[in-house]
Ligand binder design. Structure first.
Ligand code: FES
Ligand code: FES
Length: 151
């Protein structure tokens, strides 16, 4: 089995796995990072949203072989030590989560949006495709605006 080497949340990782193993399985099952959730496995629900080389991606749709030498950040690596990322803090301040299942992916999508768009419009926020079955979209919008003001 080939060995793939990449960086996850600031730490080098080496994983032996079949080339076509979805990265989400490696993150959750091999590395114990259960923040990225499994919902659909086909890039539709976005519950697994994380960052690849600083941009949002869905690790259920990317094979481990495509990650060699790359940098991955999951929700577990978003905070700076004990200091929450402004998006995480805003999520707490706005009490966004209901069941919580979709929220790691929502936060990672919001953090990626704010990297490229400092002050997103309602339309840009609404263009986030992450699904929330509990319907927390209004509070997500408020939290993104709060984080934007704080950053
Ligand atoms: S699990 Fe649904 S997009 Fe990855
Ligand atoms: S908070 Fe329950 S699915 Fe979003």
């Amino acid at each position: 089995m080939p060995t793939y080497r990449f960086n996850v949340n600031g730490k080098p990782v080496a994983v032996d796995a079949p080339a076509d193993t979805p990265l989400l399985w490696v993150l959750r099952e091999r590395l114990g990072l259960t923040g990225p959730k499994y919902g659909c496995g086909v890039g539709a629900c976005r519950a697994c949203t994380s960052h690849l080389d600083g941009k949002e991606f869905q690790p259920c749709t990317v094979a481990v072989s495509e990650c060699n030498g790359r940098k991955i950040t999951t929700i577990e690596g978003l905070a700076d030590g004990d200091e929450l990322h402004p998006v995480q803090q805003a999520w707490l301040d706005e009490d966004v989560a209901q069941c919580g299942f979709c929220q790691p992916g929502q936060i990672m999508a919001a953090a990626a949006l704010l990297k490229t768009t400092k002050t997103p419009t309602d339309a840009e926020i609404d263009a986030i495709e992450n699904v929330c079955r509990c319907g927390t979209y209004c509070r997500i919008r408020d939290a993104i605006k709060r984080a934007s003001a704080a950053m």
